[in-house]
Design a protein around this ligand. Sequence first.
Ligand code: SAM
Length: 226
Amino acid sequence: MSDDSTAGPPAPGTPFPADGYVGDPAVRAEWDERYTDRQQLWSGRPNGALVAEAAGLAPGRVLDVGCGEGADAVWLARRGWDVTALEVSGVALERAAGHARDAGLAVRWVHASLTEAALPPASFDLVSAQYPALLRTPDAAAERALLAAVAPGGVLLLVHHAGMDTHREDESGFDPADYVWPSTVAALLDEDWEVEVDEQRPRVAPEGGAGAHHTDDLVLRVRRLR
Ligand SMILES: C[S@@+](CC[C@H](N)C(=O)[O-])C[C@H]1O[C@@H](n2cnc3c(N)ncnc32)[C@H](O)[C@@H]1O
């Protein structure tokens, strides 16, 4: 957690402390570098799958995992959600917090890796992870953290780029086996969960931004029954 791991997320609007990062420094450095390379990395618009899937949900507490530059967090806050947004890159979080400030919206910013954030368990009505680039571990820590954050009756929405999960390891070093995908989360579901959506569908493509070339989404939406 960004500032006090025992007390849950800080109050909305609390600026994240620049030196309070919790997680692997190498992961933060890698993503900070990616963000620093460009003035704006993503499109600045909320993700289409989130907009579609959240439309029918009553606003409550939401966790945005890997919030990037904050377009989803801002969109959710504007719609009345109580938003906690978590991200490893401090560069991205600065931008996200700026967008929320400009819009006059309060969001809890958590500068941490998902698995080390000490999030309050079972407390979010929606956990949204949009193209989250989470590294897999043998104990499935990231998958379990996504599921553990969802409150009874709540929803986990995990969206990824279709095809990347079956991409062959290439010279870039990208190996799909290193990452969390909807299928690796779905594999952990037990009778406490109901699968509401598990499909590939055309993506509402953003105008511009890195990753705009991806045409299809994998969408996993699961509800925690108890
Ligand atoms: C492909 S980007 C997607 C950003 C945003 N969700 C969006 O759709 O614009 C993946 C994001 O996950 C963040 N990230 C990577 N590893 C993470 C981790 N272990 N915990 C939290 N965020 C992480 C990266 O810094 C990056 O911002």
